[in-house]
Write a protein that binds this ligand. Structure first.
Ligand code: SAM
Length: 277
């Protein structure tokens, strides 16, 4: 079977980090997390995984895999929660990469929409067939024309997993205000890290991959204050690693949970929810 090439040194390449993390997590900690798609997808990519493979048993890489899995579990929790109120809502994956969270939350009624750059969507479409009630939009998220294609008549939940780190603060703010204006009763969920965390984790991870076209990062030290952009947006937040699940699961060590606690408190890893009024 033909393999699909992922360009090196690009934002596109960043989709590898969480995808590989989810594959690794479901191999190592299947009771906590399973991802039937991630392994199959990694096999179909023309990408040199050897560096990641070499490090996969190190504590810090194990923790990185847990980060990818916990983020997806948290976001799934929020989507299911929203769908319990708006079962026919649009579930919109912003910067979807090769992530199938929308499908994993499919209740048989919702609409699933995946948005990413055209080159990523082109790869996605060769690897992942669109299911019933699902479609992809190839567009830069900063070009708001993609929003015209979202039917939010029955509600809409937007989520961005590991995406806004590649945006400037002003770009995130502007996108959020546009969403709030266009989609009353809509909801947006996304992860963020504080300034220290961004420096420590993200930059190291990206430097390892020699990604050069990311010049500025969005960070959030205090969600209640930093995300207070409009009185029409209700902001709430929870710890990214331990805010939804206690991570007490076979194979998860005390040290993993300790680092998770530090991640949430010291480096301000957070899952943020905005409800548009
Ligand atoms: C770290 S990956 C995360 C992928 C996916 N959300 C996941 O959890 O596996 C970041 C994704 O955001 C996409 N992205 C970053 N900036 C974007 C933009 N301005 N417009 C559309 N997609 C963007 C990248 O192409 C990439 O697929």
């Amino acid at each position: 079977m033909e393999k699909l090439k992922i360009e090196k040194n690009s934002v596109q390449e960043t989709l590898i980090i969480p995808l590989y993390g989810r594959k690794m997590c479901s191999e190592k900690f299947p009771e906590l997390y399973t991802d039937v798609f991630a392994e199959r997808l990694c096999e179909r990519l023309d990408y040199d995984f050897s560096e990641l493979e070499k490090k996969k048993d190190s504590f810090i890489y194990e923790f990185g895999a847990l980060e990818a899995a916990m983020r997806q579990l948290d976001i799934k929790w929020e989507i299911n929660n929203y769908l319990s109120q708006y079962p026919e809502a649009a579930v919109v994956n912003l910067g979807c990469g090769l992530d199938e969270t929308g499908k994993a939350c499919d209740n048989g009624l919702c609409k699933i929409i995946n948005v990413d750059f055209p080159d990523v969507i082109a790869i996605r479409e060769q690897l992942i067939p669109e299911s019933e009630r699902e479609f992809n939009i190839a567009c830069d998220l900063r070009d708001y024309s993609w929003m015209d294609k979202v039917d939010a008549s029955k509600g809409a939940i937007f989520f961005a997993a590991g995406v806004f780190h590649y945006f400037k603060t002003e770009e995130v703010k502007s996108l959020v205000l546009e969403l709030a204006q266009r989609f009353p009763k809509g909801c947006l969920v996304f992860d963020s890290v504080g300034k220290l965390g961004t420096r420590l984790m993200l930059k190291t991870a990206l430097k390892n991959m020699e990604i050069k076209d990311i010049d500025e990062f969005f960070y959030v030290n205090d969600p209640a204050k930093d995300l207070n952009w409009s009185d029409k947006i209700k902001v709430s937040f929870r710890g990214y690693m331990l805010g939804y699940y206690d991570m007490k699961s076979p194979g998860i060590r005390f040290l993993h949970r300790l680092l998770a606690r530090l991640g949430d408190s010291l480096t301000k890893m957070s899952i943020n929810k905005m409800i548009f009024e």
